[in-house]
Write a protein that binds this ligand. Sequence first.
Ligand code: FAD
Length: 362
Amino acid sequence: MYDYLIVGAGLFGAVFARQMSDRGARCLVIDSRDHVGGNCYTRNDGGIQVHEYGPHIFHTSSERVWQYMNRWTRFNHYVHRPKVCYRGRIYSFPINLMTLYQLWGVSTPAEAKAALEAARVPIQTPSNLEEWALSQVGEEIYYTFICGYTRKQWHRDPRDLPADIVKRLVIRLTFDDNYFSDRYQGIPVAGYTPIFGALLANIPTETGVDFVSNRSMMESQATKIVYTGSIDDLFGADIGWLEWRNMSFEHEYLLGDFQGVSTMHYTEDSVPFTRICEHKHFAFSHHEHTIITREYPRDWQPGEPRHYPINDETNAELYRRYRDRVDGRRYVLGGRLADYRYYDMHQVVESALVTAAAERHG
Ligand code: FAD
């Protein structure tokens, strides 16, 4: 009999398992995929680490999380500086003084501020994403960077979306083009997968094992279940599926250097993908071959992996109804799927550390 059956060998499950195992708990980890690592999984393809489920850049301002991760891997000095391609022109991104110079020829913070103020469309009480963006940045920035990209990403007209989807819109009146403003940032030098080998060392781990379809047998193996799968799966979605926005990833093997940068966003509507990632640029490698990945947003269908939760009121209510039915004495829920939240990796690590620390064991 195990103390914990941990469903999911992603970041939450692996960190939780490590912490509890170090405190003497007997843990069994299972995952329905044929590999550990969850969405962070990287595959070594001829020396290039391919981020199989989309590019993952680790960033945090938490000293504790950074120190914790550095126990399991060494990070390189990668800093995320993506670019935008719109109608054949390349722009610096996130929007900074260089972008405004490329758009309008302004070269000082004061000039940029004045140009931005002049571009704003006066809208007293913006009631949707489009109106809010126009009132903040004007038409040219809205159409170049926001409108088409948002429509592709969410498959909705920006006039039908709430403003808070882009309220994190960054506009810097300096030449700082670092996408993240966290204190620490990097990519594991050997990719993400070895981190999971280290976290799960000496902990029994079985891949290719689904919890939901063997639930009663699985439950009988442990005192507590730590579940990091989707909460509706636990109940066969008997009151409906939670909705997700998904990505299809199209990998292509080429020779040479395709785009000279890790990430190029394609913001116009007529291009069906939202970005192209070129994996070797996450690692500063100079291989003769290269692997690029195009990301195509689309609706989620039951049975597929899940990417971005759609956090509207309908889904929030459905989530609450499922949550109320979970037996909290037996089950611990954690991670992005069980919480139905978009989390960055550092948030998942923090949450797994806190959840493990709150467990009474030994
Ligand atoms: P997961 O990694 O999804 O792990 C859950 C595991 O549970 C999966 O392996 C799954 O197979 C398993 N499972 C589910 N149901 C069952 C079942 N019934 N039986 C057995 N196993 C089951 N974060 C960043 O910090 N930086 C980034 O740049 C970044 N980029 C991202 C890009 C994309 C496209 C996406 C979608 C996410 C990105 N993230 C990024 C977020 C990051 O992926 C998550 O924070 C992290 O992977 C969450 O870990 P987790 O353990 O909660 O979930």
